[in-house]
Design a protein around this ligand. Structure first.
Ligand code: TXD
Length: 299
């Protein structure tokens, strides 16, 4: 839902991975239809054969298994994600009501910013259980962190394993202590001051791209990350990854969405994994959760 930069990128990733029914829905007439046609034609070259429909009509998403929601406004240079709250909350309320009506069994993957808050709006408006409303940020923030580590060490990014928890904002919590490269602790490979610089660049990684682009925000990595979450749900595979979920006391946090390590399965959230954190990590996670909760409260 939302056939803009992130939505279309996620759809293309889905098509390339072999998902055979994809709908691109947007309020703008013509754009989702045009992108869907173009994308389907790329299948003749790429070698995929899924059916991609572009539409302005929710009847087309009837019975969808997964809804990646990217409808809304992106940031402009100098804006924080929270500056988007009011405008995007109105859009997400409308989208959520339509999804509840036409795809009442779907799992929602919220991407629209500020995504932890928008996930809350979607859960409220649809009445879906927390198992079926997930926010995408951790996969992206972890990908950014892993990329900066790979650049620092001039190594293959696929060998870098790392997790970023917390809200999708400047208070996010990259877990440096648990990051590894080919199984070797990252802290053994990179000096402390360089690590701090990597952490800082990860925290402001979205803003760095917003500033460079001038208009709009990142979409290649966000689109790929959103589909990565959907992939496990669609193909019935189970995995562990960081996702924004509604908390009910896990890590001592409740009544807010925040990024935590979770087990995903075909029906959505199966379990929040409570790993042992240091006092500093836990304090940072709680602070990040508080930052999200205060925006939810204001809303
Ligand atoms: O990590 C993350 N979660 C994010 C989030 C990473 C990158 C981008 N992130 C956020 O996703 C960004 O801040 C925005 O809030 C969304 C979508 O970003 P995108 O770059 O795709 O924005 P676009 O290109 O402007 O696309 C948004 C589309 C656009 O085509 C609008 O016409 C459409 O949303 N739109 C709607 N579609 C359906 N229904 C309604 N009501 C609607 N309103 C706007």
């Amino acid at each position: 839902i939302g056939a803009g930069h992130v939505g279309a990128t996620a759809a293309l990733a889905a098509a390339q991975a072999g998902v055979d029914e994809i709908v691109l829905l947007d309020v703008v007439e013509g754009v989702p239809q045009g992108k869907a046609l173009d994308m389907m034609q790329s299948g003749a070259v790429h070698g995929f054969s899924g059916r991609i429909v572009g539409t302005n009509d929710y009847a087309e998403v009837c019975g969808a298994e997964v809804a990646i929601v990217t409808a809304g406004l992106p940031r402009k240079p100098g804006m924080s994600r929270d500056d988007l709250v009011t405008a995007n909350a109105n859009i997400i309320r409308t989208v959520s009501a339509k999804l509840a009506e036409h795809a009442p069994d779907c799992v929602i993957i919220m991407v629209t910013n500020p995504l932890d808050v928008m996930a809350y709006v979607a859960m409220k408006e649809t009445g879906f259980p927390r198992q079926r409303v997930l926010g995408m940020a951790g996969v992206l923030d972890s990908a950014r962190f892993r990329t900066f580590v790979a650049l620092e060490l001039d190594t293959d990014v696929r060998q870098v394993s790392a997790m970023v928890l917390g809200g999708h904002g400047d208070s996010m919590v990259p877990l440096v202590r648990l990051a590894t490269v080919g199984g070797v602790p990252l802290t053994e490979l990179v000096a402390q001051d360089r690590l701090e610089r990597i952490v800082q660049r990860t925290r402001t990684g979205g803003g760095e791209i917003v500033k460079l682009l001038g208009t709009g925000s990142a979409y290649y990595a966000p689109g790929a990350a959103a589909f990565r979450m959907a992939e496990f749900l669609l193909f019935g595979r189970r995995t562990v990854l960081p996702a924004s979920v509604w908390t009910e006391g896990e890590y001592g946090i409740r009544d807010t969405f925040v990024g935590l390590p979770v087990e995903l399965g075909p029906g959505g959230l199966e379990r929040i994994i409570e790993i042992e954190l240091t006092d500093d990590e836990l304090a940072a996670l709680k602070k990040s959760a508080d930052a999200v909760r205060s925006v939810i409260d204001r809303l």
